[in-house]
Design a protein around this ligand. Structure first.
Ligand code: 3H9
Length: 686
C-alpha cells in the first residue's frame, strides 16, 4: 500500500506532503509516514529544514475518529508530535483549510507555523467528549496564552488566521502560493538555533501564574454551559497542570485525563453523534447521481416570527429573498424585526454593519403574491391550518414557474394533502424549521409520497448552505420531533393529576440534562398555543390555565409564577387547579418517584421513536437522535433518545414501560420493533 505521506526536496528543504482525503485525518499510515519523513530529514545531511503540508481541502483535521475504540496502532499521535518537535532541523507547518485537534497539535509540535489567511484553527476534541491529547493542552496555553487556550479547549470553536496571527499561534500569514512561501520561510529560518519549542515556552504562563483564581473564575463563568458535561472540566484540569507541574508529569496528566474521558460513556455518545450528524444528510432510496436544482432566489410567504427567521437564513447565506405578506403593517413589522435581529448580532460583533445592510438589501418585501413567480424555491410559513395551506398552495401552483420547489413549513400537517392541492406534487416538500428559525440548527425535510428525488437532494444541499443540519422525515403527525413530544406531554400532564408537581417533573428533565422540562417549555412557548379560546370549555389543566390568562412567561404566569425578572416559582394557584381536577376526575393522589417520571416521559419517547422507525418515518435511529439533539436540546453527552435507550439497555426500557403500562392505559401501546429488539438483545444504533 502506498503511504499517504510523500516527500520531495526543494534545494535543501524537505517538503513532506500528506494526501489522505477527505480531511487528512491522522490515521496510522499518516502517523507512520510523518515519523519516517522526520527520520529521513535527520538522516540526510543535505536537508536543512522541513516543511509539512497537506494536499486537498485541508491541513490535518485531527486524529482519525474512526480509529477510536479500536486496538491502538503505533506510533501514537503524542509521540509523533514529540518526534517533530525534537527534530534537530527546523520544521515549518504550512497550513490551509482547518487545522483541527491533532492537526493543530502537529502544527504546535512544528517549530514554526505559516498559514494562508483563510485558514482556521481549533481544538474541537471537547465536542467529541475528549481533550487535545497529543500535547495540545500543554502547548496551546504556552503559545496562545492560558485564557485563550481555556476558551478554545472547552469551547471547541475555531479562530481565523488573523486572530491566530495576533496571538502568535502563526508566525507568518501567507498571500499567494502556500508551498512556495513556506519553503522560502524555511530557508529564512534554517540556521536559527536553538529551535523554538512550544512545549518549553514559559513567557505566556507568567500572567496566569500571577492570577491563580483564573481557573475557578473560568469555571464559574461557564458553569451553565458546562452543566452535565465531563470533558470541559478535564480540559481545564489539563491546562491547569500545564502551569503547575514539570513536563513529564504534565504530559502524564494529560494522557490520564484523555484516557479517562475516552473510556467514558459521554465520549462514546458524542463520537457517535459526530457520525450521526454526517449520516443524516444521506438520503436512502434515490439514485446516487441525482443532481440538485439551482436555487438562486427564494420566496417566503408570511413575515411573522417563522417567516422572518426562515428568510434570514437565506439572506445571511447571500441568497436573495422575496417576502410576501397580506397587509403592509404586518410586512413592516416582520422586516423591522429582521433588521433588529441583524443589528443585535452586529452589536455583539458577529456581523459588520455592512453585512447587515447587504443582507437586508437582498430582501424584497411585497404585498404582491405574483412577485413569487420567479422564485426557485417558495416556502410557506403561515397559520397551521390545512385549509389555509391548501389555498396558498393552489394559488402558488398557478403562479410559480415550472420546476420551482414549493415548500411548507408545517410542523404537524400532512404534506401529501398539501401537495394534492397542486398539479405538481413532485415539487412539494416539507421544510420544518425550528423556532427561532434563524438560530436553531435543525431542519426536518418532510418527504411526501410524491416528492421528487432531486427536490430532496436540493433541500439537503441547501440546508448545508444555510448551515442547518437536515434530517429526512416521512409524513406523519408531528414528523419526528414533535411526534415524540406528544406522548411525553400526555404522560407529564397525567402525572400532575396523579400527584407529581410541574416542578418535580421539570427538575427530573433538567437533571437528566434537558435545557428545560415539559412545563417550563409550555410556559416559554405559550400555554395558549393551540388553545380553543373558549374560556367556558375547560377539559384539562391546560384549558384551565389558559382560561385564567395564565399563558406562560409572556403573562408572568403559567405553570409557574414569574417575578419581574422572569424567575419562576411554584404557583399555589396552579396547585389548586391541579387539585380540583384531581378531585373532579376521581384520581387518587400518590407519591410519584423520579424513576416513574423517567419511565413515563422518557421511555415513552423511546417507544414513539421506535414506532417512527418501524413505520419508516425516519431513515435510521441516528436521525432521530440528531432531531432531538439539535431541535430540543437533548443532552449530546447522552447521544439522543435512541442511543440513550441502547445505553440503558432495551430490556430495561421495556421492563420500565411494562411497569407503567396499566397507569398509562389506552394512551400507550408498545412498538413491536422495540419489543423485538429488546427480546433479541439488539440495539437501535450500532
Ligand atoms: C483528535 O484529534 C484527538 C487528539 O487530540 C488526540 C489523539 C491522541 N476522522 O464534516 P465533513 C470525515 S480528535 C475521521 O462532512 P466538511 C467525515 O466523517 C479529532 N473522519 O466535511 C466525513 O465522512 P463521510 C479532532 C473524519 O467539509 C468526511 O470526513 N478533530 C474526520 O463539512 C467529510 O467531513 C475534529 O473533531 C476525522 N477527524 O468539514 C474535526 N473529520 O464523507 C472533525 C471528518 O464519509 N471534522 N471526517 O460522511 C470536522 O470538523 C469537519 O469534518 C471539517 C470538514 C471541518 C474538517
Amino acid at each position: 500500500m502506498t503511504s499517504p505521506i510523500s516527500t520531495h526536496k526543494h534545494h535543501d528543504i524537505l517538503v513532506v506532503t500528506s494526501n489522505n482525503p477527505p480531511v487528512n485525518a491522522l490515521g496510522a499510515a499518516v502517523r507512520q509516514g510523518l515519523v519516517a519523513a522526520i527520520e529521513q530529514a535527520e538522516g540526510d545531511a543535505s536537508v536543512k529544514a522541513v516543511v509539512i503540508r497537506c494536499e486537498g481541502q485541508t491541513f490535518f483535521a485531527g486524529a482519525d475518529i474512526t480509529e477510536f475504540g479500536k486496538p491502538p496502532v503505533m506510533p501514537w499521535l503524542p509521540e509523533v508530535v514529540d518526534r517533530i518537535e525534537n527534530c534537530s532541523k527546523p520544521v515549518v507547518a504550512a497550513i490551509h483549510g482547518t487545522a483541527l485537534g491533532g492537526g493543530l497539535e502537529i502544527a504546535l509540535g512544528c517549530h514554526y507555523r505559516v498559514a494562508v489567511s483563510s485558514a482556521r484553527f481549533g481544538v474541537p476534541e471537547v465536542k467529541l467528549g475528549l481533550l487535545p491529547g497529543a500535547g495540545g493542552t500543554q502547548r496551546l496555553p504556552r503559545v496562545a496564552g492560558v485564557p485563550k487556550a481555556l476558551e478554545m479547549v472547552t469551547g471547541g470553536g475555531m479562530i481565523g488566521a488573523k486572530e491566530a496571527s495576533d496571538l502568535g499561534l502563526i508566525d507568518r500569514l501567507i498571500e499567494g502560493d502556500l508551498q512556495q512561501h513556506a519553503v522560502a520561510y524555511a530557508e529564512e529560518v534554517k540556521d536559527i538555533r536553538p529551535l523554538p519549542k512550544s512545549s518549553e515556552r514559559d513567557d505566556k504562563l507568567a500572567e496566569a501564574r500571577a492570577n491563580p483564581g483564573l481557573f475557578d473564575d473560568f469555571r464559574k463563568a461557564n458553569a451553565r454551559k458546562f452543566r452535565g458535561f465531563e470533558a470541559p472540566e478535564a480540559n481545564i484540569k489539563a491546562v491547569e497542570a500545564a502551569l503547575a507541574k514539570p513536563y513529564a508529569q504534565r504530559v502524564l496528566d494529560e494522557r490520564n485525563l484523555f484516557m479517562g474521558l475516552m473510556a467514558g460513556s459521554q465520549a462514546r455518545a458524542q463520537q457517535y453523534f459526530f457520525f450521526a450528524e454526517r449520516k443524516a444528510s444521506k438520503i436512502e432510496g434515490i439514485p446516487d447521481d441525482t443532481r440538485p436544482r439551482d436555487i438562486t432566489n427564494v420566496g417566503v410567504i408570511g413575515a411573522g416570527t417563522m417567516g422572518g427567521g426562515i428568510s434570514m437564513n437565506f439572506l445571511s447565506a447571500g441568497i436573495p429573498v422575496t417576502i410576501v405578506e397580506m397587509a403592509q403593517d404586518a410586512l413592516d413589522r416582520g422586516t423591522g424585526t429582521m433588521r433588529k435581529n441583524y443589528e443585535a448580532t452586529a452589536a455583539k460583533g458577529r456581523m459588520t454593519p455592512e453585512q447587515v445592510e447587504q443582507a437586508m438589501g437582498a430582501l424584497t418585501p411585497t404585498l404582491d403574491f405574483a412577485a413569487l413567480a420567479d422564485c426557485d424555491l417558495i416556502i410557506e410559513a403561515v397559520f397551521e391550518t390545512m385549509e389555509i395551506k391548501q389555498e396558498i398552495f393552489t394559488k402558488l401552483d398557478a403562479i410559480a414557474k415550472p420546476g420551482a420547489i414549493l415548500a411548507s413549513n408545517t410542523s404537524y400537517l400532512n404534506v401529501d394533502e398539501i401537495a394534492a392541492s397542486t398539479s405538481r406534487p413532485q415539487d412539494v416538500v416539507g421544510l420544518h424549521f425550528f423556532s427561532p428559525a434563524n438560530i436553531m440548527k435543525l431542519l426536518e425535510v418532510v418527504r411526501g409520497a410524491k416528492t421528487a428525488p432531486d427536490v430532496l437532494v436540493t433541500a439537503m444541499a441547501l440546508a448545508k448552505k444555510i448551515k442547518k443540519v437536515a434530517v429526512v422525515a416521512g409524513v406523519c403527525h408531528g414528523f419526528i420531533g414533535n411526534r415524540m413530544l406528544m406522548p411525553r406531554q400526555v404522560e407529564a400532564t397525567k402525572l400532575l393529576l396523579e400527584g407529581a408537581t410541574p416542578d418535580q417533573i421539570d427538575r427530573v428533565h433538567v437533571e437528566f440534562g434537558m435545557p428545560m422540562g415539559p412545563f417550563q417549555m409550555a410556559d416559554l412557548a405559550g400555554v395558549d398555543i393551540g388553545w380553543h379560546r373558549d374560556v367556558n370549555r375547560i377539559e384539562n389543566i391546560r384549558d384551565a390555565l389558559a382560561a385564567e390568562g395564565r399563558w406562560g412567561q409572556k403573562k408572568n404566569a403559567g405553570f409557574y409564577d414569574y417575578d419581574d425578572k422572569r424567575r419562576p416559582s411554584p404557583s399555589a394557584r396552579v396547585q389548586e387547579i391541579i387539585d380540583d381536577f384531581r378531585t373532579k376526575e376521581g384520581v387518587e393522589k400518590r407519591e410519584i418517584s423520579d424513576q416513574e417520571i423517567v419511565e413515563r416521559t422518557l421511555y415513552t419517547m423511546v417507544n414513539e421513536g421506535a414506532k417512527i422507525l418501524e413505520e419508516g418515518m425516519a431513515q435510521r435511529a441516528s436521525d432521530i437522535d440528531v432531531v432531538w439533539i439539535y431541535g430540543y436540546g437533548w443532552p449530546v453527552y447522552r447521544g439522543g433518545p435512541m442511543f440513550w435507550a441502547d445505553t440503558e439497555g432495551l430490556d430495561k426500557i421495556v421492563a420500565g414501560l411494562k411497569n407503567q403500562e396499566a397507569r398509562m392505559g389506552s394512551d400507550f401501546s408498545f412498538s413491536q420493533l422495540l419489543l423485538d429488539k429488546a427480546g433479541a438483545g439488539e440495539k437501535f444504533t450500532r
